[in-house]
Design a protein around this ligand. Structure first.
Ligand SMILES: Nc1nc2c(ncn2[C@@H]2O[C@H](COP(=O)(O)OP(=O)(O)OP(=O)(O)O)[C@@H](O)[C@H]2O)c(=O)[nH]1
Ligand SMILES: [Mg+2]
Length: 452
């Protein structure tokens, strides 16, 4: 085997596929509570910028005792054991009797290293010894991984048993292991076979670099989203003023629809950056409770009233006015978008409003009804707050996790106050520019530190 290859083997239903899924960052691999989900040895290539390695997902042992007896009858001494395993996978009768063992042993006979997976929440039992013995007979480099599926109750007993068969024994939880733990495990793989250590070192270096790149890409996605949402407006030309007034609520709907879709699109892009492509992460399952236009949630997603006032002072606007605008904006928004739509021409339009809405007379006759852009000072922060929180969830979500993602509120203000004072000021200035529909320079770069 030219590639560094690792076959993930063990008892059925112990998280083998989960480990492959998390390490390969692949959410398409079949994982289920049903024993015997993986039916054949499936090789997955993990490609990085400069390197690659293979993980082979395999079915679990079904008849290890019988297989070991067969092997014992076909090898008289230790030097014949690896050949006995090779003979087993060639044997027509064995292929019929032990299809799962044939699948899982084939990559090992072809040179793959062994990752033996056990469940640390279940007691150790002598019945595993046949499996470990068979694996030892292959003569391949090996490591045992204890997956504490429900608890760590039996980790100690397992460690002491496994240490007799495997030089390296590690605890690895595919659902919870964070990026650093995954990198640590990969680094340990590098010690299994000296010929593979360079390949694997490159893999880990590349993964660390791409982790940084993912944050930068996310900041770019957010910067584009912010610009688009802050600048968006929609309009329609009509003949009379009364037509313009009638069409205003329709424009308001178009406006919200576009804004929500634009946010969803950016979330989809974010998922793709982190290699989450499959159903469990579809946006409809996302359960993103506070709607973008649910203003009651805005102080939670964006800044608090007090902070907005402070920001007003920082960016030069009158402090009191900023806070007032927010309060007015919030109640008005609820009256219009949250509840039934008020007709155009209502008194609130002249006051501090959330979204700009006007009717213009056109020079050559006729009228134009316009809806947007957003006027609320908290709006950019709300967009940032939501996106940063989603990012936190998506970037830490292991690919073996299949439950729908739950998203709750985040405290953006804390994140912002952890930035350097000058970075905070620049970010506030940029948000202030955006709500004035003016370009904010270096927006992605200003946002990047929020993704740490
Ligand atoms: N809570 C929790 N569940 C886990 C963990 N690892 C695996 N599981 C669950 O255990 C079940 C089996 O996981 P799989 O990865 O499909 O196991 P497998 O060893 O590939 O199973 P087979 O292909 O059937 O041999 C799934 O329902 C997983 O969600 C873990 O670390 N924590
Ligand atoms: Mg499986």
């Amino acid at each position: 085997m030219t590639h560094a290859t690792f076959a993930v083997v063990g008892h059925p239903n112990k998280g083998k596929s989960s480990i492959v899924s998390t390490l390969a960052r692949n959410d398409a691999i079949a994982i289920s509570p049903r024993s015997g989900t993986t039916r054949s040895a499936d090789s997955i290539t993990v490609k990085t910028t400069r390197s690659a390695y293979e993980l082979v997902d395999t079915p679990g042992f079904q008849r290890p005792g019988k297989v070991l007896s067969w092997l014992q009858q076909h090898a008289r001494s230790a030097d014949q054991r690896a050949s006995a395993v090779a003979a087993l996978i060639q044997d027509k009768e064995c292929q019929k009797r032990f299809p799962d063992e044939i699948q899982l042993l084939t990559p090992l006979v072809n040179g793959a290293a062994i990752l033996y997976v056990v469940d640390g929440s279940r007691p150790y039992g002598a019945e595993y010894e046949a499996e470990m013995e068979i694996l030892r007979w292959t003569g391949q480099p090996s490591m045992a991984l204890i997956n504490p599926i429900e608890s760590e109750a039996h980790v100690e007993a397992w460690s002491s048993a496994l240490a007799q068969y495997f030089k390296t024994v590690r605890i690895f939880n595919p659902m919870q292991a964070d990026f650093d733990k995954q990198i640590e495990l990969l680094s340990a793989f590098a010690h299994l076979k000296p010929e593979w250590s360079k390949t694997l070192r490159l893999v880990t270096e590349d993964l660390i670099a791409s982790r940084l790149a993912q944050k930068e890409k996310s900041a770019v996605i957010l910067a584009r989203l912010l610009e688009d949402l802050c600048l968006y407006q929609t309009s329609q030309k009509v003949l009379s003023q009364s037509q313009a007034e009638k069409i205003q609520p329709v424009l308001a709907k178009t406006y919200q629809h576009w804004m929500r879709n634009r946010e969803r699109q950016s979330i989809q892009e974010l998922f793709a950056v982190y290699d989450h492509f499959h159903t469990s992460l579809s946006i409809d399952d996302l359960n993103l409770p506070p709607d973008l236009f649910d203003c009651e949630q805005w102080y939670m997603w964006g800044l608090s009233k007090q902070q907005l006032a402070t920001v007003g002072a920082i960016t030069g606007a009158a402090a009191g006015a900023a806070a007032d605008a927010m309060v007015a904006g919030q109640s008005l928004m609820l009256g219009t978008i949250g509840g039934g739509l008020l007709g155009f021409g209502s008194a609130w339009l002249g006051a501090n409003k959330l979204v700009d809405a006007k009717i213009k007379g056109l020079p050559l006759g006729g009228y134009e009804a316009c809806y947007g852009p957003i006027k609320n000072k908290n709006f950019p922060y709300v967009v940032i707050g939501r996106f940063i929180y989603l990012h936190q969830q998506v970037s830490h979500r292991n690919h073996a996790v299949r439950e729908a993602m739950q998203v709750n509120a985040v405290v953006l203000s804390e994140q912002i106050s952890s930035l350097e004072k000058s970075a905070q000021k620049e970010l506030h200035a940029a948000c202030n520019q955006l709500v004035k529909q003016k370009p904010a320079e270096n927006l992605a770069a200003l946002l990047t530190p929020l993704f740490e």
